[in-house]
Design a protein around this ligand. Structure first.
Ligand SMILES: *[C@@H]1O[C@H](CO)[C@@H](O)[C@H](O)[C@H]1NC(C)=O
Ligand SMILES: *[C@@H]1O[C@H](CO)[C@@H](O)[C@H](O)[C@H]1NC(C)=O
Ligand SMILES: *[C@@H]1O[C@H](CO)[C@@H](O)[C@H](O)[C@H]1NC(C)=O
Length: 192
């Protein structure tokens, strides 16, 4: 559940709190930390399917979160499409959310994804903090909302049941960036 600090921030900043619940981001006091996308990113090696292995989410949000979340990254003629799919916890319906992505700097692991087809307010920036392309990827997204931040940290894997070595490599990236790995929760992948 939310702490009392989170609740009072929510009262102050209703929009941020609403977003935190709807998009299952974490809402916390303080501004976004300085983390950097990898500087030598290769998009053509990154494309394909990734399985969401864990993400930062509160226990409360986790009870409502989608199961079996996958992300398909495609690129054709410089156009990048990101397709998110998962299973809604209660209705068991498949939820698919597609977005167009921009990759403004060809060498940096940084994307701007627009899921709603409306560039004026729906852009979300994702940083790839580390990946070996073939087993794991660590992604980060954060926006400042007044005195607080809305953020998400994900571990994606190529294998739906990754080895512990793969997870260790991903968590090393989290530690190197001084982010809090204890806030990560496993994505439910039973009966996918
Ligand atoms: C990116 O990866 C592809 C596929 O492995 C390779 O052909 C290409 O040379 C790489 N590009 C760079 C800039 O390293
Ligand atoms: C991405 O590429 C795969 C393999 O070519 C294809 O099956 C899939 O439909 C594509 N998805 C999107 C969202 O374009
Ligand atoms: C995008 O959002 C703006 C502001 O709400 C709105 O005026 C515009 O019509 C929207 N564009 C599309 C393509 O939905």
């Amino acid at each position: 559940m939310m702490s009392s600090i989170q609740v009072s921030l929510c009262l102050l900043i209703a929009v941020g709190c609403y977003q935190a619940l709807v998009q299952a981001q974490l809402f916390e006091r303080g501004n976004c930390p300085e983390v950097k996308a990898i500087p030598d990113f290769n998009l053509s090696e990154y494309v394909g399917k990734w399985y969401e292995n864990r993400k930062t989410i509160s226990n409360f949000q986790n009870r409502m979160a989608q199961r079996c979340v996958n992300v398909q990254f495609n690129e054709t003629d410089g156009k990048i499409v990101v397709k998110n799919s998962g299973i809604q916890r209660f209705t068991r319906r498949n939820i698919v959310l597609s977005g167009n992505a921009r990759h403004p700097d060809a060498t940096k692991g940084e994307f701007v994804v627009n899921f709603l087809g409306n560039a004026s307010y729906a852009d979300e920036k994702f940083l790839i903090l580390g990946t070996d392309y073939k087993s794991y990827s660590v992604l980060w997204s954060c926006v400042n909302v007044g005195p607080a931040q809305l953020y998400n940290l994900w571990v994606h894997t190529r294998d739906p049941n990754p080895s512990s070595e793969t997870i260790e490599m991903a968590l090393d990236v989290v530690k190197r960036n001084a982010l809090d790995e204890t806030k990560l929760r496993m994505t439910n992948r039973r009966n996918c």
